[in-house]
Design a binder for this molecule. Structure first.
Ligand code: ACM
Length: 610
């Protein structure tokens, strides 16, 4: 095993010299061979497994190479579903020699992942004709069975075309779960035939541009013209599209909070039954009730109707019911809730939410599905068979696993793709920070010191989440997802022992070129310098500079001139000189400037250290 790992590292050294193209996520083992396989006009696909879906998958992923059923083909690409020693259901074996390529996997999913690896061994090209594949032997399988990305389509709506494009990108990097956050306060995005107002009313809000926290409330009489939704035909089309890429969709219908869009359509869903509009912002929180009434049977009839249709549309095993950030202040004042709590011996509103989620779980199970919820569903007691998605750090996940429940780890510090990914002064406004190198350092398995004795098998995997409050268009969605999702794909697929940040950075840069060729947007924020600040006890501002990339040099000015590599080289924290009103910083790597010049004025610094 050690020999193979050593060879694997050797292979990546070779990759830097461009004989073996950069692979993301890194495979479990890779042994370089000698020579290459040349794909010519005579090359044929020999698909030895007759299943139509396997055949289609191979042909779709290797365009321009004809399939042939002739026996004894030489110089062919041979694909076969068959057992491979030591390889599980998503694994594969890929052998490339000068006389042929053989891809073998125990299940079609493994064939799919082997094909994605093969695609990365070739240039991004409409046809693979006249390319050559370096000789090698890869044996590969994922570390985790849950490799997810979440897309919020409520706060801003992303159409069907983009959702398919997103799924395509996921598939290239071996993600297998698309968590689709279909509903929230700001928009209901899925057609429910038995409740037509959910989309007639709930899918539309007033148009707004600007920073999320500054967005103004609707004016009286203003037309709710921004929004959209997926018809059930759209959903079926996207489900099929994802299935062809071995991606399971997990639909989320967030409740009991985060559901103002449905309440705007059906005001009887809350305790106060007040008519509200779909909000364009989050300013109503705690002021207007956006929480379902847990004490009225009609609420559960509503949920039953929604989940009946959701279960019919989505073949995957899960329905995500949210459960996060529900404001329960209106429940505390509601007579019906007080009566329900007394009758059911519920001590507080957390237990009332637990009562609600337990009833919801019964509905989910009656449709043949399993319930997932955010870690707030722990409060007041978990529903008996719930799976927990841990977002407020790892704590909730650890607790759920202790109680014997399956867990998906998506702690915001590592996994939230809506947060700043670089120096904030050079980024569109958002909140918090989660750098690329932080995402790359994520481990879904908590260390044994913080979680002694938990069963690691209960940790199904992890997931990156793109919340869309501050994502007004599809190009920005891609900017926020990539390259952090490259990092997460490797965290979730590749053996932890092999992780290497400098090596990942090299491969990432090769994938930037692939995305350029595919016209996929991504962020280059990792090239920018990072400024951190401390207020000196004497009142001066102390500046610390850093950079995520290895072998990088930082030069700065404090006199409002534009620094280059003749300016002071940063070696240690320094104080802003008296009279200076700003700092400007540039990064150099291999003798060339990289990224943006970042600049912070003293007033900006003062705001940041507060
Ligand atoms: C969440 O971020 N509210 C799950």
């Amino acid at each position: 095993m050690h020999k193979i790992i050593a060879l694997f590292l050797l292979a990546f050294t070779a990759a830097a010299q461009s004989s073996i193209p950069a692979l993301i996520p890194a495979p479990q083992t890779l042994e370089p061979g000698t020579g290459a396989f040349a794909i010519t006009a005579q090359t044929r696909l020999s698909i030895l497994t007759p299943a139509a879906d396997v055949r289609k998958m191979v042909i779709d992923n290797l365009p321009g190479i004809p399939a042939s059923d002739a026996p004894k083909l030489t110089k062919a690409i041979t694909v076969r579903v068959a057992p491979v020693t030591g390889v599980g259901p998503e694994g594969y074996d890929l052998l490339v020699t000068p006389i042929g390529i053989t891809l073998t996997a125990p299940e079609p999913a493994g064939i799919f992942y082997g094909l994605q690896t093969m695609r990365q061994l070739l240039p991004v090209n409409k046809s693979f004709r006249d390319q050559s594949v370096p000789a090698l032997h890869i044996r590969d399988q994922p570390r985790f069975g849950w490799r997810g990305l979440m897309l919020d389509v409520s706060r801003h709506f992303f159409d069907k075309v983009f959702v398919k494009r997103f799924i395509d990108q996921m598939a290239q990097y071996k993600f297998n779960i698309f968590h689709w956050h279909l509903t929230d306060d700001q928009g209901w995005r899925i057609q429910i035939n038995s409740l037509p107002k959910l989309t007639e009313v709930g899918a539309w809000r007033v148009p707004r541009t600007g920073r999320w926290w500054d967005i103004e409330n609707p004016q009286a009489g203003e037309i709710p013209s921004y929004g959209g939704f997926y018809t059930q035909d759209d959903i079926r089309e996207i489900v099929r599209y994802a299935q062809e890429r071995h991606i399971t969709i997990v639909p989320e219908i967030d409740m009991p909070g985060h559901i103002m869009s449905a309440i705007a359509a059906y005001p009887n869903l809350t305790c106060g039954k007040k008519q509200v509009v779909v909000p364009p912002n989050g300013k109503f929180y705690k002021l207007e009730d956006n929480t379902l009434n847990p004490c009225d049977d009609s609420t559960y009839l509503f949920i039953d109707k929604v989940f009946t249709e959701i279960a019919q549309l989505f073949p995957g095993p899960y329905i995500h019911v949210g459960g996060d950030e529900a404001y329960k202040g209106f429940w505390e004042k509601c007579d019906a809730c007080k009566a329900t709590m007394a009758a059911n011996n519920l001590k507080n509103v957390d237990e009332l939410q637990s009562y609600f989620i337990k009833r919801v779980e019964k509905i989910v199970q009656s449709k043949g599905k399993k319930l997932i919820g955010w870690d707030e569903i722990l409060e007041g007691g978990l529903a008996p068979d719930a799976t927990v998605m841990s977002w407020r750090g790892m704590k909730g996940g650890i607790e759920a696993a202790r109680q014997g429940h399956p867990v998906i780890m998506t702690p915001y510090q590592f996994c939230y793709l809506d947060l700043y990914q670089g120096e904030a002064s050079a980024e569109p406004s958002t909140y918090g920070i989660s750098r690329l190198s932080t995402a790359y350092s994520f481990d879904p398995i908590p260390d044994s010191a913080t979680a002694p004795g938990i069963n690691a098998k209960l940790i199904l995997g992890g997931q990156g989440n793109l919340w869309a409050e501050n994502v007004p268009n599809v190009r920005h969605a891609e900017y926020m997802v990539w390259p952090r999702a490259f990092a997460l794909s490797e965290v979730l697929w590749s053996p932890k022992a092999q992780r290497s940040w400098p090596n990942f950075v090299n491969r990432m840069e090769a994938h930037f070129k692939r995305f350029d060729a595919q016209d996929v947007n991504y962020s280059r924020s990792v090239y920018n310098p990072i400024i951190t600040l401390k207020k000196h006890p004497m009142g001066m501002m102390e500046i610390m500079l850093s950079h995520e990339l290895p072998d990088t040099y930082l030069y700065y000015s404090t006199d409002n001139t534009v620094p280059d590599d003749h300016f002071p080289l940063y070696t240690q924290p320094f104080l802003m000189p008296k009279g200076a009103d700003r700092v400007k910083v540039v990064a150099y790597r291999n003798g060339k400037p990289i990224g943006r010049m970042v600049e912070l004025t003293l007033p900006d610094m003062e705001k940041r250290v507060q």
